[in-house]
Design a protein around this ligand. Structure first.
Ligand SMILES: OC[C@H]1O[C@H](O[C@H]2O[C@H](CO)[C@@H](O)[C@H](O)[C@H]2O)[C@H](O)[C@@H](O)[C@@H]1O
Length: 562
């Protein structure tokens, strides 16, 4: 069965000759080196030393083995050394000017000496993760898939050697705890520069990420910085870009109309990449996964659904599969996701807030109306009165309906941490009776495990599923609970934060590094699954540990061990 969706996936961003060539190199490298320890992303990150045509010519002239037409390992290694710099060599290490080893007023509520020493270590990791795009990229952009950016960046770490959109939100939350307001502001300005150039914030700052975005949290980054600096000039500078980003997310490809049980129409949004080919950074894998589809349009749909899952940040998860855990039934563009619509509600509320701050009443009125409408849509389409949480909504497959008629059976009854993300948004966390119900639903959901909140209840082998726990999910849910002002909700948030901090601490002590994701079944163990080896560094994990320690502190007499 082809992955089908109600969308045509017909909007496609053109690829560049450089990316297409590097994909060819990636394919050859897989044939030559084999798939053990093979990371396809390495090859599309290689900066060229000479022009593309010289490099291409030399590649075509490589001697092939007469037995099977491939290139020998020795020849290919020699070619790569001669014609390419190393992956990541086009970023230079950078020492942020606003970093100090122990900032004044840093984590005053952390009294436990070991935890405090570790928190200072985590704080110091900003120096390891800070980079500047090298001048070379600006001078010769045609030799690099890395995109030039005006300011220094903070990267997630390891294979993620460029800036990422939604990761940046939790990096900024950590930087604010570290009193690094300038670095935080520089990150926002980089993302604004991407909107000015491409019309939206890219998944990451690479040529091969220009076909999709990621969960839209730029307005929330700006909101947090403004709350801590009061920098109104920054707000004025960023607001036009936010309006442009809002238009991007509400354009035809992302917008879906649902007619609810009472006959009211609601506009909601979905993820949809502007792409119908293998993702260049994982091209060899995507081609293999799509090989079961014989028909070209089925393949194109499948590729679009893969790239759209990457746009969701949840790449990959049973959330996007019509028949979980069968990866070939991925149909991301047929899902209206709860979390995306919660983020867009946040964006609309934030834009109204910024417009108010600068005295633009017309924009305030327009965005208040939009946020009211979205709140109603979230209640009508996603809310489940019996499960007391918000459920993703499946669109009918293979239809071209302009408006979809809501049916209860299309709500995805499976439990995901994303079902609770609306609680992170003011209209929901400030509703006292709703909060009580949602807290009860979360407590009994099965998601809260020994070492944090699980992503889902399905162990599919995909990284955005059980038993993995991800820093952003712990943070959004815990912060929503705290903001509700309910005592019971705060206690639950604190329980989640304590488990998460302990597990991060113990895994750090065992391995000497911070991890991208953790196994919530086993305190102190990092996570796994998915298409690449577990990564370390790690931007959002560091940010969430610092944000949790700032909110909850750590008393001297509380054990930090698992
Ligand atoms: O190379 C495979 C995929 O990797 C990225 O996704 C994962 O890492 C990101 C950076 O930490 C994170 O934002 C995302 O949530 C992770 O799933 C990348 O974003 C994908 O586009 C890419 O295909």
């Amino acid at each position: 069965m082809a992955s089908s969706s109600s969308s045509s996936c017909s909007v496609v961003t053109p690829s560049t000759p450089l990316v297409s060539f590097l994909e060819q190199l990636q394919e050859t490298a897989l044939q030559t080196f084999g798939d053990s320890n093979f990371d396809p992303k390495t090859y599309v990150d290689l900066p060229l030393k000479f022009t593309l045509s010289e490099t291409h010519q030399a590649f075509q002239n490589l001697p092939r083995l007469s037995s099977n037409g491939t290139v020998s390992a020795e020849v290919l290694k020699g070619f790569i050394n001669r014609y390419f710099k190393g992956a990541g060599d086009d970023l230079v290490c950078w020492q942020p000017h606003d970093f100090v080893a122990e900032p004044e007023g840093f984590l005053t509520k952390v009294k436990h000496p070991e935890v405090r020493a570790w928190a200072l270590k985590v704080h110091s990791l900003w120096r390891n993760l800070s980079r500047k795009v090298s001048r070379e990229v600006e001078k010769n952009p045609q030799l690099h898939t890395l995109l030039p950016l005006p300011n220094p960046v903070v990267i997630p770490g390891s294979r993620f050697r460029e800036v990422y959109y939604w990761d940046s939100y939790w990096v900024i939350r950590g930087l604010l705890v570290s009193k690094m307001h300038k670095t935080a502001t520089a990150i926002v300005m980089n993302l604004v520069s991407l909107i000015e150039k491409y019309g939206f914030v890219l998944n990451g700052a690479r040529q091969y990420y220009t076909n999709r975005s990621q969960p839209p949290l730029l307005s929330s980054m700006l909101y947090e910085i403004y709350r801590s600096t009061g920098d109104i000039e920054l707000v004025k500078r960023c607001l036009p870009a936010l309006l442009k980003e809002h238009a991007f997310w509400n354009s035809d490809i992302h917008r879906v109309t649902i007619v609810d049980a009472q006959g009211h129409s609601h506009n909601l949004n979905r993820y949809q990449a502007m792409w119908n080919k293998p993702r260049p950074e994982s091209s060899t894998m995507d081609k293999k996964s799509a090989s079961k589809f014989l028909n070209i349009s089925e393949k194109q749909h499948f590729y679009c659904d893969i790239a759209s899952a990457a746009e969701s940040g949840w790449d990959f998860s049973t959330r996007w599969m019509r028949v979980p855990p069968d990866y070939s039934t991925l149909a991301t563009t047929s899902v209206i996701p709860v979390d995306l619509n919660a983020y867009l509600l946040g964006m609309e509320i934030n834009i109204a807030f910024f417009a108010k701050a600068i005295g633009d009443e017309t924009t305030v009125k327009h965005f208040m109306e939009l946020s009211d409408a979205r709140k109603k849509a979230i209640n009508s389409v996603f809310w489940s009165p019996s499960k007391k949480q918000w459920l993703d909504y499946w669109l009918n497959s293979g239809t071209c309906e302009v408006a979809h008629v809501w049916e209860a059976k299309h709500q995805n009854k499976n439990v995901f941490a994303s079902n609770f993300v609306p609680l992170w948004m003011e209209p929901f966390y400030s509703d006292g009776s709703l909060v009580g119900n949602v807290v009860h639903a979360l407590k009994t959901s099965g998601l809260i495990r020994a070492a944090g909140i699980a992503t889902s209840l399905t162990d599919s082998g995909q990284q955005w599923d059980f038993p993995n726990g991800w820093a952003p999910l712990q943070h959004m849910l815990a912060e929503g609970l705290v903001k509700s002002g309910s005592k019971e909700a705060r206690l639950l948030a604190e329980e989640i934060a304590i488990k998460w901090i302990r597990s991060n601490y113990v895994s750090y002590k065992k391995t000497g590094v911070m991890h991208e994701k953790l196994d919530v079944e086993k305190c102190g163990e990092y996570g796994g699954g998915g298409e690449y080896a577990p990564q370390t560094g790690f931007g959002w994990s560091n940010g969430v540990v610092l944000a949790f320690l700032e909110e909850f502190g750590w008393p001297q007499d509380r054990s930090i061990d698992c």
